[in-house]
Ligand binder design. Structure first.
Ligand code: FNR
Length: 183
């Protein structure tokens, strides 16, 4: 049976290029994965006060989605050479309360795109460190996807063949890793 994959997009922008890339990756991973998308833009800004008596339903939903998945794929933009605040906020919520976080032992892969030459490399590096510290089992290797207008078409297909092959290999490599870690 295919692995259950939860996809987290590190952008709250409607026209997010990373959401487009995430859709294309979900398509390329079909067969190996059944993907669902977690929303993170409905989470309140993390505040420890909320943990007592006002724990948000949206944070429970995110944690349950991650806990129930075989693997997590994070597709993130880069903001000021790191991950966007909205993504860090989601990771923080899913790490709480102490001892009840959902990242430990979770197979994860990281990717992202930006119009820049090394598309989100710095953000990916920071994210690897953050998730690694939470005990997630993050796939090695870095992916440089420079966004160009039309790279992913309306149907969610990657229009550049070399990039499509590269991304398909990334999903195959991830499926093989998840198989090893969960088998
Ligand atoms: C950016 N952008 C950006 N790009 C990049 O490659 N490196 C960076 O450090 C930054 N920094 C940055 C900071 C802030 C506050 C914003 C709003 C943007 C540009 C970024 O790649 C571009 O806005 C993408 O379109 C964001 O991805 P989504 O939201 O479209 O998925």
């Amino acid at each position: 049976a295919p692995f259950k994959l939860v996809v987290i997009v590190g952008s709250n922008r409607k026209a997010s290029i990373n959401r487009k890339l995430a859709g294309a990756l979900a398509k390329l991973g079909e067969g190996a994965f059944t993907a669902s998308f977690a929303s993170i833009d409905d989470l309140p800004m993390y505040n420890q006060d909320l943990e007592v008596g006002a724990w948000p339903e949206t944070a429970t939903r995110l944690k349950d989605a991650i806990a129930a998945a075989d693997a997590v794929l994070v597709v993130t933009p880069e903001h000021n050479r790191s991950i966007p605040a909205v993504l860090k906020n989601a990771i923080d919520w899913a790490s709480r309360p102490p001892g009840k976080g959902v990242w430990g032992g979770k197979p994860a892969a990281i990717i992202g795109t930006s119009p820049g030459g090394v598309g989100t490399a710095c953000a990916q590096q920071h994210l690897r460190d953050i998730l690694g510290n939470q005990g997630a089992l993050v796939m090695g290797g870095q992916m440089f996807i420079t966004w160009k207008e039309g790279l992913v078409d309306e149907a969610g297909v990657v229009t550049v063949e070399a990039t499509r092959d590269f991304l398909r290999t990334f999903m195959e490599r991830f499926a093989a890793l998840v198989g090893k870690l969960t088998g």
